[in-house]
Design a binder for this molecule. Structure first.
Ligand code: GCB
Length: 611
């Protein structure tokens, strides 16, 4: 009861209000004008473009977003002063982090201005236009034709800003101030174990819709055998309006009317001929959500996911998750976090066909929708998480509001993805009351936004001698427990002793090993009887021993070792073995398979075949 009251109090005091704006779900499938491509960029390390040197408003000599062409003004007015020139600044091709713009940008952490123009042939009266950003890391301020269109916080979720009143017929100017610097109150906080890819890292689209339009639509199959759907209209005619869900291949039509908030939900028994989505047969259907003359389209798979005792049931059958973790980083020597369909396919194909996997943990933040759509298509189950990582500012209400906004934006974007079965709310967070309350609020949000999926978090487990125990009180709040474990890598345990470690849990639930791993530099071989750390042989033996330990955990229902591919991390500066890369990949950064890759792939083939 006391617990309930505390949660209610938190919900009342800190509503998830940060970043609230249009959802524009499935924006990537809407007819749009792409603003990807060439943008000018200009660094602003002292943030002169935001305010004057004594504070106050920005001066004209530093105002990057003014609706002018600097060279024209300077030509016509000899007294004009500009200490930048957007239109003559260098060009970068977006999306992609600025780390790839030039050698000087490698370690830049701060404010960068981006600008380009786009054409609007004619204004369309009675229509509404939105700028939709897939992701800007970390904060964004967007200006159109000199006026602020809106701001957004958080590097991994989409946002849409209405610009109907800001556009003009002809040439329009868009300027985005992108600030990569994070502070203690941010999510994640400044210290992580991955590269801070500042910039506009996902697509920018200009989308025009009718005055009242379908802002959000979701549909899913429940364990009750019914298809349930929801639609939210936005606009002057959103209320009491007829809406419909259509799945033409199933001949399914579900109709209704929105309420006084523009919302409708309805349900219908699933047709007999509905083919369930699964890794073996990832069937997707074209679905349309209609209302007020607008149609939102999506491609959706239907499957159920639930927990029974210590089992995870997919479409009613117990499943073992043969997984691997991934960061959002493409293969190659100089990744810029540009996840194209080809980049996503290359990574996921290694998981599915190379490792015989059926599961990916998309760590440690919501990945590009290109990735989650590719997982739907290729038949990989997905763990999706928010960047609540390590030392979060648990007692700061703004931090909680930011994390809640991320949960909302991520689930709203992705709740039509059949591949996603697990929402994770945190990674390796220290146990204390403030943290528990914070995470319980997020868990409550997840459950109300999407009661059809399972909730998890990557926990740390206590160890005494040879026994590891899931002793985190948060385990009681989760559907699926998950533990990161690095015995034999971060601990001095000889590898030969790792297999004997036992796992216990006071609560009876399925467990996933959400991480385990060891660094190895591809090509470094050590034939000694006890191979050294960073060699391929050490990593392979570490996998053999840890997998042997895993086989003995009776309530284990999945594995997601750390990690598919070497990834950049400023923490990792060993000059011989790391050079700024975390080398726990089973693939090198360019995709070369290490010895441990084959150990895991054999294990997964064995588990797949029930051997
Ligand atoms: C962890 C973290 C992950 C790190 C990994 C490592 O426990 O969750 O973000 O990259 O360990 O390599 O140490």
């Amino acid at each position: 009861m006391v617990k309930l009251l505390r949660i209610l109090l938190i919900l009342l005091l800190f509503p998830a209000a940060a970043n609230a704006g249009p959802a524009l779900t499935a924006a990537d499938l809407r007819t749009s004008q792409s603003l990807d491509g060439a943008w000018h960029w200009s660094v602003d390390p002292y943030r002169d473009g935001l305010s004057g040197f004594h504070g106050g408003g920005v001066g004209s000599s530093s105002n990057r977003y003014a609706d002018i062409v600097q060279a024209d003004v300077a030509r016509d007015n000899p007294t004009a002063l500009f200490e930048f020139d957007m239109q003559r600044s260098p060009v970068a091709y977006l999306p992609g982090a600025w780390i790839g713009h030039s050698a000087e940008m490698r370690y830049y952490n701060g404010l960068v201005w981006y600008q380009r123009t786009f054409e609007v042939p004619a204004l369309q009266p009675g229509k509404r236009s939105f700028l939709r950003f897939g992701a800007v890391d970390y904060s964004a301020a967007v200006y159109v034709n000199g006026k602020l269109a809106g701001k957004h916080l958080g590097g991994f979720t989409p946002f849409a800003l209405e610009v109907t009143g800001l556009l003009r017929a002809g040439t329009n100017q868009i300027t985005v101030g992108v600030d990569s610097e994070r502070h203690d109150a941010d999510v994640p906080p400044p210290v992580t174990d991955w590269e801070n890819y500042g910039g506009i890292t996902r697509s920018v689209l200009l989308i025009t819709v009718s005055e009242t339009y379908v802002d959000d639509g979701w549909v899913r199959l429940g364990t009750d055998g019914r298809i349930t759907a929801g639609i939210r209209l936005d606009g002057a005619h959103a209320n009491d309006a007829p809406v419909a869900l259509r799945i033409p291949a199933l001949g399914l039509v579900l109709e209704g009317k929105t309420d006084a908030n523009g919302r409708w939900t309805g349900s219908i028994a699933a047709p007999r001929k509905l083919a369930r989505w699964s890794p073996e047969s990832p069937t997707l259907y074209d679905v349309s959500f209609e209302g007020a003359g607008d149609t939102m389209k999506d491609r959706v798979g239907f499957r159920t996911i639930e927990v029974k005792g210590e089992d995870i049931l997919l479409n009613g059958k117990s499943i073992f998750l043969r997984g691997i973790c991934l960061h959002e980083e493409e293969l190659g020597d100089n990744p810029v976090r540009a996840i194209t369909p080809a980049a996503a396919r290359a990574l996921l194909t290694e998981v599915r066909d190379g490792l015989h996997g059926n599961f990916v943990r998309l760590a440690h933040y919501p990945h590009s929708e290109v990735m989650t759509r590719m997982a739907d298509e290729l038949g990989l189950l997905v763990w999706s998480e928010v960047p609540v990582y390590w030392r979060v500012n648990w007692s700061n209400p703004d931090t909680l509001a930011t994390a809640r906004a991320m949960v909302r934006e991520s689930i709203t974007r992705d709740r039509n993805r059949a591949s996603i079965i697990l929402w994770s709310v945190a990674n390796e967070t220290p146990v204390n009351d403030a943290r528990n309350a914070f995470l319980r609020t997020l868990i409550g949000d997840v459950r109300s936004l999407d009661p059809s999926r399972l909730v998890t978090a990557a926990l740390l487990a206590g160890r005494q001698g040879n026994v590891q125990t899931i002793d985190d009180p948060l385990a009681a709040d989760l559907d699926v427990m998950a533990a990161n474990t690095y015995n034999g890598w971060y601990t001095p345990d000889p590898l030969a002793s790792v297999a004997a470690i036992e796992w216990r849990s006071p609560v009876r639930k399925p467990l996933i090993f959400s991480e385990f791993g060891a660094d190895a530099q591809a090509g470094y071989h050590d034939d000694a009887a006890a191979p050294h750390k960073f060699s391929e042989e050490f990593q392979a033996e570490y996998y053999r021993q840890t997998l042997a330990m895993a086989r003995r955990v009776p309530f284990l229902r999945g594995l997601a070792p750390w990690i598919l591919k070497d990834f950049r991390s400023p923490r990792r500066q060993h000059p011989v073995f790391q050079q700024g890369w975390n080398r726990k990949g089973l693939l090198s950064n360019t995709g070369q398979r290490k010895a441990a890759f084959f150990v895991l792939s054999d294990e997964y083939a064995r588990r797949r075949d029930g051997r």
